[in-house]
Structures are given as structure tokens and as C-alpha cells.
Ligand binder design. Structure first.
Ligand SMILES: *Cc1c(COP(=O)(O)O)cnc(C)c1O
Length: 380
């Protein structure tokens, strides 16, 4: 076999396995607009699958800020931030992020995924221990793997399990790092952060909280010494960040490889995120709306009360989740099915994400459609 044909044979065999388990993924061209609108092919849908929780990606003020930066500063940063890519708008964004989180400093990365790929290996190495919540995001695990540290999972939100692992293993390692999320991306529940921080203090471990789904929508409660997140969800733009002490930020500027060796964020993306963050701070009633809508929805369907704008509807098997998602799409709702390996096997689900851009009527219509569909599934 030529290299080319063995390569294609490998690709096709792997894809066939995924197909057989209803786990193959495909890209669908989608455009988004104001009021949670999404278009796929010629179909107009109301999206419940975007992480743009405050509708800021299509806010005219955010768009204008990006336009202005684009016109004035051009399309790209031109180099790594340590060379010539450190545009003043990035500095202004970092100052505002740090003030928002109450930390000394902040550092903007190319994306949230890149942030964790850089932050974690800059803090831990081969002699060290990293404990990750079992339902943590892929980039937390990737960062831990790249670091070369011993990586162990603790049961989701199980502080006793975390403490048990630390008491058994802590003494064998130099530094210890705990990785968790403020709001879990696929389950919508929140970490018991004060308890985790107390255990961390007991065992001299550092805690990193991934706040990708909390910033601007669910922010109450304890803060960790390492708060990272993304500019691509509530802030409606693109990029990632870390908020921490000045010393930690200076360390990252020198040691986070995914910061040092990559091009700076385009100024227009930073300007959009900066304007969005100003809106988050100025309009608390907007920030409260997604959770209010999520709670209305869970009450209406008799589900456990929403803890965030993310509500999972557990289905189980991947093919059943896909079928339910397809039926909803026929009725005008975009609610994408989430399948393994994004979630554990047997927990395929619909992940419903609420936004300030949704109307109450849209939420009610989805609840009604789901109530009817799940009732007929049960009868069938
Ligand atoms: C989306 C997400 C990320 C990655 O952020 P990007 O900016 O999209 O790369 C990291 N962590 C969590 C929990 C996320 O949901």
C-alpha cells in the first residue's frame, strides 16, 4: 500500500467505527444573528446551543467596537505579544479583566484552550501532582498531560474524594494543583469552591478555576488564586485569559508556551471583548436574565432547579439524543445533541443554553415542544 492509501484506509476505518456507534461528528454551516437566531441551510432556527449567554456577539455596540479597531489597527496582530503584537487595546482589556475579578493582573491568551495548555505546564512538572475534576473540560486534561505531572481525577464535585487523594499522595510530590470549573460546561452545575479552596489550603495545593461559563452570568461565591476563562462565550468575541497575582502573570508571560510562541489576539477581537465586558458591568439586569430563563424552564419541565444558564436533558444513548435533536430542529429549535467523548458514555444529552437574547415566548415554546416529545417517548 502506498502511504496515501494506508492513510486514507486508517481515516475511513476510524470513521466507520464512529458511524457504527452514532458518534461521528459533522460540520454544519451555521450563521447566527440577533435574538438567538441561527440559520442552517435555508432553515431559520431559534438557537439554544450558543454560549453567547448575553447576546453580545451580535450587540451593535460590540460590533461597532470591533469595526473601529479593525479600521484603525488592521486585521491581525502581526507577531507574538512579546515581539510587536502587544496592542494597547489588549493591555486595556487585561486591566479591566483584573479589576472585574479583583486580581492584581490578567493575561490574555489566543483562546481559552490555549490558556490552559500554557498555564498548567508553567505551574507543574514531572515531580508534581495535578488533580482534575472528572467532568473537567478537555483543555484542563490536555494542560495536565502536557505538563508531565502525575494526573489524577477526583469524582465530580466530590470534596471528600479530593481530600482522600491528597492525603494519600500529597507527600510524594513537590507542588500540587487542583483544576476545576465554576460552572460545568456540559452539566451546568457549580463546583463547591469554598470547600475545595479549604482543602487546597490544608494540603498546600493551588487551585485553578475555569470560569468559561461563569464570567458575566454566574459569578457569586469564592474566587480562586488562578481564575481563567474565555472571551468567546459571554463576551461574544474570541480569546482566553488568566486573572491572578502580578507574580503569576509575569511568570506566565515568560513560561506559558502557548502565550510566548503564538501570535497575539487581533486587536478587533480584544476591542469587542473589552466593550462586552463594559456592558456586562453596566447592565446587571441583562446578566441576570439567562439564569432566570433557565429556572423558568426547569420549573416548567419539572427538572432540578437550574444552577446556571446551562440545562442538560439526559437521554442516554447517542442515537436517541441525535433523533430528539433532529425532531426539535424540524420544529425550529437548534438544540445540539452532546455525545461521548465530550460527555461520559451512556450520558448523551441535549444541552440547552439560555441567553439574555431569548424571549420568554421562545423559552416557553421550547419547553412545550420538549414536554410533548418526551411524553410521547415515554408512552412509546
Ligand atoms: C469553551 C471552554 C474552554 C475553551 O475556551 P475557548 O476560548 O473556546 O478555547 C475552556 N474551558 C471550558 C470549561 C469551556 O467550556
Amino acid at each position: 500500500m502506498s502511504d496515501r492509501s494506508s492513510l486514507d484506509a486508517f481515516a475511513h476505518a476510524t470513521l466507520a467505527e464512529l458511524d457504527a456507534k452514532a458518534l461521528r461528528r459533522r460540520l454544519v454551516a451555521t450563521t447566527r444573528g440577533a435574538e438567538a437566531a441561527a440559520h442552517r441551510d435555508t432553515r431559520a432556527l431559534v438557537s439554544f446551543s450558543c454560549n453567547d449567554y448575553l447576546g453580545l456577539a451580535n450587540d451593535p455596540r460590540v460590533i461597532a467596537a470591533a469595526h473601529d479597531a479593525l479600521d484603525r489597527y488592521g486585521a491581525g496582530a502581526g507577531a507574538s505579544r512579546l515581539v510587536t503584537g502587544n496592542h494597547p487595546v489588549l493591555v486595556a482589556l487585561e486591566e479591566r479583566l483584573a479589576a472585574h475579578k479583583g486580581t492584581e493582573a490578567a493575561l490574555v491568551f489566543g483562546s481559552g484552550y490555549l490558556a490552559n495548555l500554557g498555564i498548567v505546564p508553567a505551574l507543574a512538572g514531572a515531580q508534581d501532582l495535578i488533580l482534575v475534576d472528572a467532568l473537567g473540560h478537555s483543555c484542563l486534561f490536555s494542560g495536565a498531560r502536557v505538563s508531565g505531572a502525575t494526573m489524577l481525577r477526583f469524582r465530580h464535585n466530590d470534596v471528600d474524594h479530593l481530600r482522600a487523594i491528597l492525603s494519600a499522595r500529597r507527600a510524594k510530590h513537590g507542588r500540587a494543583l487542583i483544576l476545576t470549573e465554576r460552572v460545568f460546561s456540559m452539566d451546568g452545575d457549580r463546583a463547591p469552591l469554598s470547600e475545595i479552596l479549604a482543602v487546597a489550603a490544608e494540603f498546600e495545593a493551588w487551585t485553578l478555576v475555569d470560569d468559561a461559563h461563569g464570567l458575566g452570568v454566574v459569578e457569586a461565591g469564592a474566587r480562586a488564586p488562578l481564575e481563567m476563562g474565555t472571551l468567546s462565550k459571554t463576551l461574544g468575541s474570541y480569546g482566553g485569559y488568566l486573572c491572578a497575582s502580578q507574580g503569576v502573570i509575569d511568570l506566565m508571560t515568560n513560561r506559558a508556551r502557548s502565550f510566548v510562541y503564538t501570535t497575539g489576539l487581533p486587536p478587533a477581537s480584544a476591542a469587542a471583548a473589552l466593550r462586552a465586558l463594559e456592558i456586562v458591568q453596566a447592565e446587571p439586569e441583562r446578566a441576570a436574565r439567562p439564569l432566570m430563563l433557565a429556572r423558568r424552564f426547569t420549573a416548567r419541565l419539572g427538572l432540578p432547579e437550574a444552577q446556571s444558564p446551562i440545562v442538560p436533558i439526559l437521554i442516554g444513548e447517542a442515537d436517541a439524543a441525535l433523533a430528539l435533536s433532529a425532531t426539535l430542529e424540524e420544529r425550529g429549535f437548534l438544540v445540539v445533541a452532546i455525545r461521548p467523548p465530550t460527555v461520559p458514555a451512556g450520558t448523551a444529552r441535549l444541552r440547552v443554553a439560555f441567553s439574555a437574547a431569548h424571549s420568554e415566548a421562545q423559552v416557553e415554546a421550547l419547553a412545550e415542544a420538549l414536554a410533548a416529545l418526551t411524553a410521547s417517548t415515554l408512552r412509546g
